[in-house]
Design a protein around this ligand. Structure first.
Ligand code: DC
Length: 226
């Protein structure tokens, strides 16, 4: 795909620090950012708001194809709008995450979101965060990173985040929820969560965000992407 702007694909399960990493790299390089998980979350929220059952594949896919969503980057933050209303916080809620993982197993929904995701690829480049950025959506990306971390560490990070926001949370329940979501993401027939054969795998169980960023910066230099 010569001539297309370059893509840095950052994939992996949630709680690995992938979203923060993608936002920082995009900001540093001055590139566009695609938070593909937010698209699946928005589809779930939109379907629920319209009274469409999350399992109704043709109806959910039709909503996904004409999703009235808008993303506005403000530094490292991404403001998200649905039908003109700001839904940045609602998109990050646990309920939106669960809805997203239900609609994400539907092949027609994934297909409906493909064009929209490709549309984020604009000069000078794109940092794309998700599960299948390197395998399916941007298989020609010149740099693919796959972040992993143990389910326990991811649950603890999520626990701290929610607690800091004043939420009433239960660690064993969060861990159980993460395991169930991982299983759904890894077992689904279409675009399961797995590293691309040419992805660089970084385990963040014991690596801090600063160390991860240093490694990624080095990879960006090595591939002459900066
Ligand atoms: O990264 P996240 O937690 O916002 O993702 C929410 C859900 O959407 C998660 O269950 C996996 C799914 N997803 C996906 O199937 N493909 C993507 N590219 C991004 C997210």
């Amino acid at each position: 795909m010569r001539g297309l702007p370059p893509v840095i694909a950052i994939d992996g399960p949630s709680g690995t620090g992938k979203g923060t990493l993608a936002a920082r790299v995009a900001l540093e390089l001055g590139w566009h950012l695609l938070d593909s998980g937010a698209l699946y979350r928005l589809v779930g929220l939109h379907a629920t708001a319209r009274g469409v059952a999350l399992e109704d594949e043709p109806a959910v896919a039709a909503l996904a194809a004409s999703l009235p969503a808008e993303f506005r980057a403000a530094g490292e933050l991404l403001h998200i709008f649905l039908d003109g209303r700001e839904v940045t916080d609602a998109v990050r809620s646990e309920i939106a995450g669960t809805g997203a993982s239900i609609v994400a197993v539907l092949p027609a929904v994934r297909a409906a979101l493909l064009d929209r995701q490709h549309g984020f690829r604009r000069p000078p480049g794109l940092v794309a965060d998700g599960r299948d950025m390197g395998t399916v959506v941007f298989p020609d990306a010149p740099l693919k990173i796959f972040l992993t971390a143990s389910a326990e560490v991811r649950a603890e990070r999520r626990y701290k985040q929610l607690k800091d926001k004043g939420n009433d949370v239960n660690l064993p329940e969060l861990l159980e929820d993460i395991r169930r979501r991982d299983e759904r993401d890894e077992q689904r027939a279409v675009s399961p969560l797995k590293p691309a054969v040419d992805a660089v795998i970084l385990d963040t169980t014991e690596l801090g965000i600063v160390e991860v960023e240093q490694r990624v910066r080095q990879l960006i230099r090595d591939r002459h992407l900066n």
